[in-house]
Design a protein. Structure first.
Length: 362
């Protein structure tokens, strides 16, 4: 409870006395306006600072579009960003988690909005987050057209903040994915991840705790960097490479491998009676995953249903077109590899990872 002295009663309280600094908020808006402007693209029809962002679908080149929307956050990876004092990479994560979900439905991300909530606004940290958001928007071809910064004293511990992102995209009517013609023997292509991306960090932080490590210690799996720096590698954004593949009209489905890992995400694009066989020996496991498995005593199956395990995106195509799509992805900078095939499966788990124990020895 705030006790008001007789002088305060006379002079009155301000919003700043209650813990909300309007001037800091305005300073942040001024700092991020150039960042937002740098993400402009065809279709943007307004400027940052209004009550809402404007976007013109016709100016973006669409004739008969279906809108697609996605929202997500960064999760407890933010705790590491706070502890280490590195904030721009989680801004990239925020965009990636939304736009990668959007492109799997065949949509082109068009614009992005962010929500930044904190107890007391640290303008420098918040501007660094937005710098990362702007970078993520540029990587995905999205325009940053608005957002909200909420300063809420008492809701968050000092220095803590939370993020939410909102992405809207479009596809021409009739072009949405997955298609309805996924069939047995279709090829599953895997696109390499940057590491952990933004999922499973509650378990990651538990492993770090059990190992008695600090985030400024050398990373056990990367001697060149601290543990905190290595864990904050941003989520890879697959939008431009996947859109190039989608334009061939030969992509049947995509799955973004997020929380739930390979085991839980791939079934979201399969129809009844179909499953997928993956072959763990067909792709490289980034070093962070064997370290986690060994340090935490995490079973291979648990790894595959918690983490992306080196595959951040999956694409399904017919055997006739898989090689061409693989080349397009590689030409756009992806490490793309055939990692499995579609099979008939009506019982048990839809996704089976073969040779998992042997391939992922720790």
């Amino acid at each position: 409870m705030i006790k008001i002295s007789s002088d305060n009663k006379k002079n009155g309280l301000s919003y700043k006395d209650a813990g909300v600094d309007i001037d800091a908020g305005e300073a942040l808006v001024d700092a991020i306006k150039p960042l937002a402007k740098s993400t402009d693209r065809p279709g943007v029809a307004g400027s940052l600072g209004g009550f809402g962002g404007l976007f013109d679908l016709k100016a973006a080149g669409y004739e008969n579009p279906i809108l697609i929307a996605a929202t997500d956050g960064v999760g407890t990876k933010l705790k590491i960003a706070h502890d280490v004092g590195i904030h721009h990479t989680v801004g990239i994560d925020l965009v990636a988690m939304c736009v990668n979900d959007l492109v799997v439905q065949g949509g082109e991300p068009l614009f992005f909005l962010d929500y930044f909530a904190t107890g007391k606004l640290d303008t420098e940290a918040a501007a660094s987050v937005v710098e990362g958001i702007a970078e993520g928007c540029k990587q995905s071809g999205s325009a940053l057209i608005g957002g909200e910064t909420a300063e809420m004293p008492g809701m968050y511990a000092p220095g803590d903040y939370d993020l939410a992102g909102f992405s809207v995209g479009a596809a021409e009517r009739g072009k949405l994915l997955p298609s309805n013609d996924i069939d047995v023997h279709d090829v599953v292509l895997g696109l390499a991840s940057n590491g952990l991306h933004s999922n499973g960090f509650s378990l990651v932080r538990k492993v770090v705790e059990v190992e008695g490590l600090k985030f400024d210690d050398p990373a056990p799996f990367d001697a060149e960097r601290s543990l905190g720096e290595a864990l904050l590698d941003p989520t890879r954004i697959y939008v431009k490479s996947c859109l190039a593949a989608i334009k061939t009209d030969n992509v049947k489905a995509l799955a973004h491998i997020t929380g739930g890992g390979l085991i839980e995400n791939i079934p979201r694009i399969l129809t009844d009676g179909l499953g997928v066989d993956l072959y763990a020996k067909s792709w490289d496991l980034p070093p962070v995953f064997p370290w986690l498995a060994k340090a935490g005593g995490i079973a291979p199956h648990e790894m595959a249903r918690t983490f992306n395990c080196g595959i951040g995106m999956v694409i399904i195509a017919s055997p006739d077109h898989a090689a061409d799509i693989q080349k397009i992805l590689q030409d756009h900078g992806e490490t793309a590899t055939p990692i499995g095939e579609v099979v008939e499966r009506s019982e048990g788990e839809s996704v089976v990872v073969h040779d998992i124990a042997e391939a992922w020895k720790v």
